[in-house]
Design a protein around this ligand. Structure first.
Ligand code: AMP
Ligand code: ZN
Length: 316
């Protein structure tokens, strides 16, 4: 639907999308051009990919990672998808995420690699969280990072792309500054270099695009996407920072980009390459300690489950 009789800032045809932070209005076609150009610009600006390079896209089924996958293919990269099925205790969210990822793979005619986190770990996230007295979200996030990285290396890819966008990164930056999490601040950069056999290179090619712009893009494409937030994210604090960024952006368009991209500009250089760390004695993945966090999580869960089983046997 045309907005207020306005014309596209590029082609002067009727405009369907308003982009206040760029003081622009676009028709569906020119919005697609804008999204591709911003992605291309981020890829060049932050040394993400070589022309035509192979890249694995972490596809959650949400609008952002679906858009990322399509745009990377359109830009000529060999992009395959990786979906990690999560058990979130709410079948619907997981099912919708998987269905949206598979529908996209079919539209693009590109391979989608499927993994199931509970199968990889041998336990559900909730079991692991209980056994380790951690919050569901923090355990889920830690496991997700570990298995996404491991799957990328196992599948023979060097680069993993995620759908994090400008609002995500601005919210995370705000949270890290407020809490003075220096270690996370040091590593906040849209490209993190990899180390052979240990870490995949991690890139966020949508870091110049706002969530609302990607929402418009998904709508213009007519996609059915997995909507809503994870049903288990209630205790997380990031949504407060996301809300703060949204409010600032609404009152002062362009704030998120000035804040985040300006921060990166001042910082000037990416973080140091990861050291060739010691390896976990159990799984062989990089670890500062003799046994990595994930293997400790799983060992504690095995112990707790076996204690539970013994107690049940005693009860008869
Ligand atoms: P989120 O932390 O849920 O906002 O997700 C950020 C990005 O992480 C998404 O855009 C995806 O690229 C990736 N991601 C999140 N969940 C999954 C998943 N279950 N499988 C694959 N990639 C995911
Ligand atoms: Zn390990």
């Amino acid at each position: 639907m045309n907005i207020d009789g306005m014309k596209c800032s590029r082609c002067r045809k009727p405009a369907q999308h308003r982009l206040p932070s760029h003081n622009a209005r676009f028709c569906d076609h020119c919005l697609g051009i804008f999204v591709r150009r911003q992605t291309e610009k981020a890829i060049k600006q932050f040394d993400m990919l070589e022309p035509g390079q192979k890249v694995l896209v972490a596809v959650s089924g949400g609008k952002d990672s679906l858009a990322l996958w399509q745009v990377l293919l359109e830009l000529g990269y060999q992009a395959e998808g990786l979906h990690l099925a999560l058990e979130l205790g709410d079948g619907k969210f997981g099912e919708a995420s998987l269905a949206a990822s598979q529908a996209m793979a079919q539209r693009l005619g590109a391979p989608l690699h499927l993994y199931n986190m509970a199968e990889l770990a041998g336990f559900g996230v909730q079991q692991i969280a209980w056994a380790n007295k951690r919050s569901f979200c923090s355990v889920c996030g830690t496991l997700k990072r570990y298995y996404l990285n491991k799957a990328t290396l196992d599948l023979g890819f060097e680069v993993l792309a995620t759908g994090h966008h400008l609002d995500d990164e601005a919210a995370r930056l705000l949270g890290n500054l407020v809490r003075r999490h220096q270690h996370y601040l040091d590593n906040q950069w849209p490209t993190l270099e990899g180390a052979p056999g240990a870490f995949a290179k991690k890139i966020k090619p949508l870091c110049r695009l706002r969530g609302a712009e990607l929402k418009s893009y998904a709508k213009a494409q007519g996609w059915s996407v997995a909507k809503g937030d994870c049903p288990r994210s209630k205790g997380a604090t990031l949504p407060y920072y996301t809300e703060a960024v949204r409010l600032l952006e609404e009152r002062m368009p362009g704030t998120a980009s000035n804040f985040y991209l300006g921060y990166l500009e001042d910082k000037g250089a990416p973080p140091a390459k990861p050291e060739a760390e010691a390896r976990c004695s159990v799984c062989g993945m990089p670890s500062f300690a003799e046994v990595c966090t994930i293997c400790r999580f799983l060992e504690n869960t095995r112990k707790r489950e076996s204690t539970k089983r013994d107690a049940l046997k005693e009860q008869g």
